[in-house]
Design a protein around this ligand. Structure first.
Ligand code: SF4
Length: 326
């Protein structure tokens, strides 16, 4: 029997290529070898966006359109929306009763975000408790594996602790989910900082060919290469991080020495990158346009996926209530 994987994404709207290579590509790979449940974590959005929820519905549609257009197949995995499966909320409530506050307060992301995000008041019960909701999201489907990067291991550890506590108090209902460590390529934005919507430095999956070319041509290169005649270093070149993903190896083998000997200029080099990116992304972008022409498509897909997810979660919640002697 296939191992079960559960993973979610907060609805952040249109995805950029950092999201694609960091998360979505892994999901697409996993859908053939695991029993996968992928969800839109819209209730998680409320932990930080509670003051203005007006953009969430559109962000969900834009994001799921990217998921499907770029290769997530709802026939191979369950694609659903968290808030359409209210069992997430019921299990969250039960788990919140057994989770010590000290476990949540020592969560490194919680402390970091409280310190760094000044524009929003994050001193809420919901924000402190988001790892409990995350635990509910995962164990509700009895997931055995959770795809995570190294930096997310502390989150998974809280889920595992909560699972052990539940099983200790009420009997062995849930398997303890294990990490499925995923490779996340380092993908800087156009200006060399982390690719992020808030820095306005992203290349989106849904960008047109022209927008992609314009963005690639504006991308930072090796900061020490001021003149065309200066030798460059691909290892410190911001754009070259994308070359490694999109440009075929034979071409890279030509570019690397040519850059080091100043035989190729950055304009020419980035043109090669833009051409390769545009060519590789074109069929997915065409598919995205096709799907976007049917306005009800994503809503229907999420309704159906959420119905399928509920069949599993309903049975698990019956077990939970029995274990609690309710
Ligand atoms: S030639 Fe290419 S690899 Fe070298 S610094 Fe310019 S863009 Fe980067």
């Amino acid at each position: 029997m296939k191992q079960r994987v559960v993973s979610g994404m907060r609805p952040s709207g249109k995805l950029h290529i950092g999201h694609f290579h960091g998360v979505l590509e892994n999901w697409i790979r996993m859908q053939d070898s695991y029993d996968c449940f992928f969800f839109v974590a819209d209730w998680h959005s409320l932990t930080t966006e509670y003051a203005d929820t007006s953009g969430i519905a559109q962000s969900i549609r834009d994001m799921v359109l990217d998921w499907v257009a770029f290769g997530l197949d709802p026939e191979k995995c369950v694609v659903f929306r968290q808030s359409l499966v209210p069992h997430h909320s019921e299990l969250n409530l039960i788990l919140s009763m057994i989770t010590p506050v000290s476990w949540l307060e020592r969560n490194p992301t919680y402390k970091e975000m409280l310190d760094n995000i000044e524009q929003k008041d994050l001193t809420t019960f919901g924000f402190l408790g988001y790892p409990v909701l995350m635990a509910a999201d995962i164990i509700l489907y009895k997931a055995t594996r959770v795809p995570v990067g190294h930096d997310q291991l502390p989150h998974l550890e809280i889920t595992r602790e909560i699972t052990r506590r539940f099983n200790y108090l009420y009997g062995e209902v849930f398997p303890e989910p294990e990490a499925l460590l995923t490779e996340t390529p380092k993908l800087p934005g156009l200006d060399g900082r982390k690719m992020s919507k808030s820095y306005n430095n992203s290349i989106y999956l849904s960008d047109s060919a022209e927008e992609t070319r314009k963005k690639v041509m504006s991308m930072m290169t090796d900061p020490a290469r001021v003149r065309r005649s200066d030798p460059g270093d691909p290892d410190v070149c911001v754009a070259f991080n994308l070359h490694r993903i999109y440009v075929p190896q034979e071409k890279l083998d030509e570019i690397i020495p040519a850059c080091r000997n100043a035989d190729i200029g950055c304009v020419e080099c980035k043109k090669i990158l833009a051409d390769c990116m545009i060519e590789r992304l074109a069929p997915f972008r065409a598919r995205r346009d096709e799907l976007a022409a049917n306005p009800g498509f994503i809503d229907d897909l999420l309704q159906e996926g959420s119905r399928r997810a509920s069949l599993i979660s309903d049975a698990v919640m019956t077990e939970v209530r029995t274990a609690l002697k309710f």
